[in-house]
Design a protein around this ligand. Sequence first.
Ligand code: SF4
Length: 470
Amino acid sequence: MASFQSELKALNQPTDRGDGCRVFIETYGCQMNVYDSQAIGGLLDKDGFETADDIFDADVVLLNTCSVRELAEHKIISRVGEIRRQRRNADLPPVTVGICGCMAERLGGELQKGTNRVDLVVGVDNYDKLPGMLSELVTSQSSARRKRTATGHRSDAHYVAPPSLYPVNNSHLVTIHKGCDYKCTYCIVPYTRGPQTEKSPQAILDEIHTLVDSGATEVTLLGQNVTAYNWQKELDFAALLESVSGIDGLERIRFLTGHPKDMHPHTMDAIGSLDKVCPWLHLPIQSGSNAVLKRMKRLYKRDEYLEMVDYARRVIPDVTFSTDIIVGFPGETEEDFQATLEVLSRVKYDQIFSFKYSERPGVPAAKLADDISIDEKKRRLAEVMALQEKTWNVEAAREVGKTWTGIVESAARHPRDSWRVRTPNNRKFVVADGLSSNLFSKNTNHGLKIGDEVSALITGFANTTFLTGE
Ligand code: SF4
């Protein structure tokens, strides 16, 4: 397979075609988009474009979008109109607006029609064309500037975010593959992101080495389905974790998202035995009913999922779980729904992301009758959330009085003058910006900073954040 990394070098010799044009990128949706926005920033930077601080400071605004829910798409269309309005109200000239990401891939040229039409549309595998397209657009003298679209999947398109543009919340996102080969019937991803294609292990290791050389200590391996990683059917996700663990200077490895079907015993053995791999599994179950799982084409049964959770608890010390739930999938009976509640009670997740089913045009589930009323979906969602809160409150209370260790990740929003700290198993606690007998930093003598390791006594919790103190 052609390596896009090597092609990128040729495609992206630094040029000055951006000529100081200022670009603001607004990112929506998942962590993959966060990574892609950074990669786009790197591509534009090489070609002489500059980063704008906001839409008022920009010559070009790019919206990197999500298609997972219809509401998300409607918001983007409104946002295009809002950006233009805000610029007009500020007496600024019209701005070039582009749409990137999943919505660009799904709707293509359609986005260049109608009231809130945009100037360019660039799908997930065509970001290397962006600098050229933008340069032509912003330098065109013609009042009727040509509209531009670049979409379509390429198996060789893997973008690499430059270390200087990685987020500073201590975990560096590293995309290891893109797309998905599964066809869960409710999901738009296989259509917007295309089939699964993987970065080579060497490219991943090189990228992480570069990050570590520039000071990173933690990475999050990213993909729609990282546990399905299997480079040329010779090196699977467990083996990749082992290779990444061997990088000197790297201290922690997280990953998102895994598919329950691919969470094999030997993968869990690797997670449990490799000290650098964090013991947190985000494993979307979606439903606790076998009948619904079958209609969703999730490729596992409820008991297989529960066995996998039990196995993980045996071999991965301190492991925690989070999940995604869809309520009101077509044909979901009350009995099916109760089966989902039973799974929640049994697994005792740290966190769930629960949604009412909403139909996406073009996916297989759109052919099924959306036969659960909106009121019933709301009731089921409320019940899921209430049960999760009750279950979590019991689990969280057990942690009070224990001493936890984690890494300072960012300033906390609340309370003031405190830091947010994340444990290896993905629990969050806040600590005041000072030292005391039960709050100490290994790396500093006074005060704290991002990246410090901190231990603290847990004194309580508010929602999913734990509190610490004397
Ligand atoms: S595994 Fe299913 S839900 Fe996840 S990205 Fe692939 S098709 Fe979508």
